[in-house]
Design a protein around this ligand. Structure first.
Ligand SMILES: Cc1cc2nc3c(=O)[nH]c(=O)nc-3n(C[C@H](O)[C@H](O)[C@H](O)COP(=O)(O)O)c2cc1C
Length: 152
């Protein structure tokens, strides 16, 4: 799909069918996220794939308080890596790694639209709750969750 069409088509979807995207398609989103630019090319972000019916998905949904998310077959969790960006000091920790994670999520989101998947960016969550539910180490800060599936 042309980029202008992808940009035009993308919108937040909050209702999903039970049809599960293939691992190959989810991998395309992860690859797109990995191709995003990053400060000093340090890639100070981590992407995690969470499947529906996994314990992690259930725990995360409990923390999110956004019921519609439970319909989705996949979540992609984007985290800022505060350790990987240490050399840039406060600006690295407070800004660059958040930007790195956000650009990666944006790349994944646009790629999803490109291959016919629906998404919604979710950022309204209790950071500590998500970290606990996912068992994140302290240097990984959850920045956004991309809900992924097929639109109902
Ligand atoms: C930083 C950020 C946080 C967001 N958090 C949520 C959220 O927690 N829940 C939700 O349903 N949508 C969330 N959204 C999606 C926005 O509501 C949505 O992008 C906006 O209303 C514009 O609609 P569109 O994406 O269809 O163009 C978020 C979007 C961004 C960029």
């Amino acid at each position: 799909m042309d980029l202008d069409m992808i940009i035009e088509k993308r919108r937040s979807v909050r209702s999903y069918t039970s049809f599960v995207p293939s691992d190959r398609d989810i991998e395309k989103l992860v690859v797109a996220a990995g191709a995003a630019p990053s400060a000093g090319n340090l890639k100070a972000r981590k992407t995690f794939v969470i499947r529906s019916r996994s314990k992690k998905m259930q725990d995360i949904i409990e923390v999110l308080h956004q019921e519609w998310v439970s319909e989705a077959p996949f979540l992609l969790l984007f985290c800022a890596d505060t350790k990987a960006i240490e050399k840039y000091g406060d600006r690295g920790r407070d800004l660059y790694c958040i930007q790195d994670a956000s650009i990666a999520a944006t790349f994944a989101m646009l790629r999803a639209t490109d291959i016919g998947l629906a998404t919604c960016w979710v950022g309204a969550f209790d950071e500590e709750g998500i970290s606990k539910a996912f068992g994140l180490p302290s240097h990984l800060r959850p920045v956004s969750i991309l809900v992924v599936g097929y639109e109902k």
